[in-house]
Design a protein around this ligand. Structure first.
Ligand SMILES: [Zn+2]
Length: 207
């Protein structure tokens, strides 16, 4: 087939990059960025109504129980399929920066909502930084996979707030390796630098 391009933004569509197998099969000539924007616009338009309906549904105790029962029945009946999906999805999260960005965004959005902090990050903003591939502070290449049996990779990407008193905004955030984020916690870069210098000077492992 001749080269195709996005019907919204005209960017050339590249399978596996900005176009998925699913979209190609459905002959949906739209890039993932535009698709995601469409989804967001649709959600924004109907968010209040959807949230209200969901609240009404879950407010009835029997509905809540029925929903949970349906869910576990579904997982029980489709266990193989579900496990397979989970395994492939995990694998894809380690390869696909756009997918991974979506996952990070979901986490952060929830955390921002919980703490009532400002939030203006987008999937594209994160994906761009994941594609750059290095920690914005240390320059260490980031790692999307993780060692078997452990929850986190020290070089896994994470979103750090420069000033931890401020929100999850593009102006206050950067994508750094997990260990940097952990070490910095609610403090400043200077604290980590002091720590790292002292460690490096003392460590018999450093040369
Ligand atoms: Zn597009």
């Amino acid at each position: 087939m001749a080269q195709t391009s996005c019907r919204k933004c005209s960017v050339p569509l590249v399978l596996g990059e900005n176009w998925t197998d699913g979209l190609a099969r459905a002959r949906s000539y739209i890039c993932r960025t535009c698709l995601s924007a469409n989804g967001k616009a649709h959600y924004a338009k109907h968010a209040e109504r959807a949230a209200e309906l969901q609240r009404q549904r879950l407010a009835v105790p029997s509905n809540k129980k029925a929903a949970a029962a349906l869910k576990s029945a579904y997982y029980a009946a489709n266990k193989e399929k579900w496990l397979e999906y989970r395994a492939t999805h995990r694998e894809r999260l380690q390869q696909d920066t756009f997918l991974r960005a979506g996952k990070l965004l979901t986490w952060i959005r929830a955390r921002a909502a919980k703490s009532g902090r400002e939030f203006d990050l987008t999937r594209e903003w994160i994906a761009e930084r994941l594609q750059a591939g290095v920690c914005e502070v240390t320059g260490i290449p980031m790692e999307l996979s993780k060692p078997p049996g452990s929850r986190f990779h020290p070089w896994a990407p994470s979103v750090d707030r420069v000033d931890s008193k401020l929100g999850y905004t593009q102006g206050n955030c950067r994508v750094v390796c997990w260990i940097y984020n952990m070490a910095k916690s609610e403090w400043s870069d200077e604290v980590v630098v002091t720590f790292a210098k002292a460690l490096s000077a003392r460590s018999s492992l450093a040369n």
